[in-house]
Design a protein around this ligand. Structure first.
Ligand SMILES: [Zn+2]
Length: 322
């Protein structure tokens, strides 16, 4: 069964019918899957995270809820079996959909492998946006029920809930295009740019989808899937993947990364990652080596740009590669 545009509302409604705030559901394409979601890895654990991990841990961004000061973002040690995982696939679909890149040797020249790396990022992103929207929605409902927000007037909590729902809906539309390609086994239709970086140590891995704007129809994002993988102790790659309709604008927007030279390219890639992405892991010994000022600059930029974009800010401390 292939989803069509008309089914989107029904699909979103079904996805939002959630008890509690922890959203878990297999998001495999086709008929709704009732399999129990596992902790699916968005970044390969055995090979990729292994290059970053120290004593079985990596560093990942975490939201710490503090009753007094509100939520705070920190970079914390996370077990590598938990890092970058999400409850958005059942075990069987996780294995069957991604077998080519999980069990065999990853071949970055193979268009099917490139597709699957980007496809993984759309799963993580859809799960994350639905989970956030569900959380904000439930907070809004509670405020209304407690009489904190008037039911018939727009409140900041209500507007935030609607904005998050729209983000989830647009992410769903974006992933559906990948679902259709996957179900047709048409894995060669994406456009990609691959950057190869010589590094003195592996420091960062990522699997993420971000939007750089809206298409003319105002319903679809101009999306970029970004996968950063340490391939060895001295080589890290960054794969940018686009749907054909988005490629021209994406390449124009990312020209400062794609077209720059070695040192500057590492900086621009790091800055974009901190600016537009949440799902990444860092090497603990690398983070431990940061002076306090670098650590503060990175966390401030990462936290601030999660709420409002600021691509004009520059500070050499944002560098995440070495
Ligand atoms: Zn499933």
């Amino acid at each position: 069964v292939r989803p069509s545009d008309g089914d989107e509302r029904a699909m979103l409604n079904a996805l939002f019918r959630i008890k509690g705030t922890e959203f878990g559901r297999c998001l495999a394409p086709g008929l709704p899957c009732t399999g129990t979601p596992i902790r699916a890895h968005s970044v390969q654990n055995a090979k990729v995270l292994d290059l970053l991990a120290q004593d079985g841990h990596v560093i990942a961004p975490q939201v710490r809820l503090d009753a007094k000061t509100g939520p705070a973002i920190e970079f914390a040690l996370v077990g590598r079996n938990r890092a970058t995982t999400f409850a958005g696939l059942c075990g069987e679909h996780d294995r069957s959909i991604f077998a080519q890149i999980e069990t065999g040797e990853l071949d970055l020249d193979n268009p099917a492998h490139r597709f699957l790396l980007a496809y993984r990022a759309t799963y993580y992103a859809l799960h994350a946006t639905i989970a956030s929207a569900a959380q904000v929605q439930s907070a809004h409902r509670q405020r209304s029920e407690l009489g904190l927000d008037a039911k018939d007037q727009p409140s900041p909590a209500g507007i935030a809930a609607i904005e998050m729902m729209i983000t989830a809906w647009m992410t769903l539309r974006y992933k559906l295009a990948y679902d259709r390609a996957f179900m047709d086994q048409h894995l060669t239709g994406l456009e990609h740019d691959l950057i190869e970086l010589d590094v003195s140590a592996p420091t960062v891995a990522a699997s993420t989808l971000f939007s750089i704007g809206l298409r003319a129809n105002q319903k679809d994002i101009v999306g970029v899937c970004l996968t950063i993988l340490p391939m060895s102790l001295t080589r890290t790659v960054a794969l940018f993947s686009y749907q054909p309709a988005d490629a021209t604008q994406a390449r124009k927007d990312l020209a400062h990364i794609l077209g720059s030279s070695e040192g500057n390219q590492k900086y621009e890639l790091s800055k974009r990652l901190l600016h537009s992405c949440q799902n990444f892991a860092l090497a603990p010994d690398f983070v431990a080596s940061w002076p306090a000022k670098k650590r503060a600059t990175i966390i401030e930029f990462f936290s601030r740009t999660a709420l409002a974009p600021d691509l004009h800010f520059d500070d050499p401390d944002l560098l995440l590669l070495k």
